[in-house]
Design a protein around this ligand. Structure first.
Ligand SMILES: [Cu+2]
Length: 153
């Protein structure tokens, strides 16, 4: 368990590289902000666990913002969706997929250190309970349509 924690950051320096020891595959990542003046932004991706044991996404680290958090949306009693910080993170069952998507679970950047500019990229590190840290670089895509509306991934 500890061995992986040490090796993963070395193996995962290339965008979307799959660390040879990890059983976690991260694809289709992107980040977006509402505009050049935005103080916060979010990142979305597909996280797949091809291993035979369940894992748990417990934290996110990024120097793109003063704070990076794992967020989800919940619907309040009056039917309004709002974002919440999910401190316990998200389960990733064996053979399962964890979707970080618009209107759902996502990585939140709060207090951007510089504007998210379309076509540039953002590096973030996902911290898994067992697989350890996996760093990915995702493109900033301000034009991508809302997946929930288009059905696109
Ligand atoms: Cu959020």
């Amino acid at each position: 368990m500890k061995l992986r924690t040490i090796l993963a950051p070395v193996a995962a320096t290339v965008a979307f590289a799959t660390p040879s020891l990890a059983e976690i595959i991260i694809t289709d990542g992107y980040a977006r902000a509402s505009g050049i003046m935005a103080k916060s932004a979010a990142a979305f991706m597909t996280i797949q666990n091809t291993g035979e044991s369940g894992d748990h996404l417990i934290d996110v680290i990024s120097d793109a913002a003063k704070r990076a958090e794992l967020h989800s949306h919940i619907e309040s009693k009056d039917g309004i969706m709002r974002m919440v910080h999910v401190e316990e993170g998200f389960a990733l069952p064996a053979g399962g997929v964890l979707m970080l998507e618009r209107g759902g679970k996502h990585v939140m950047f709060m207090g951007l250190n510089k504007p998210f500019v379309n076509g540039e990229s953002v590096t973030l590190t996902l911290v898994f309970r067992d697989a350890g840290e996996i760093t990915v670089t995702v493109p900033v895509d301000l034009n991508r349509q809302n997946d929930a509306m288009t059905g696109n991934r």
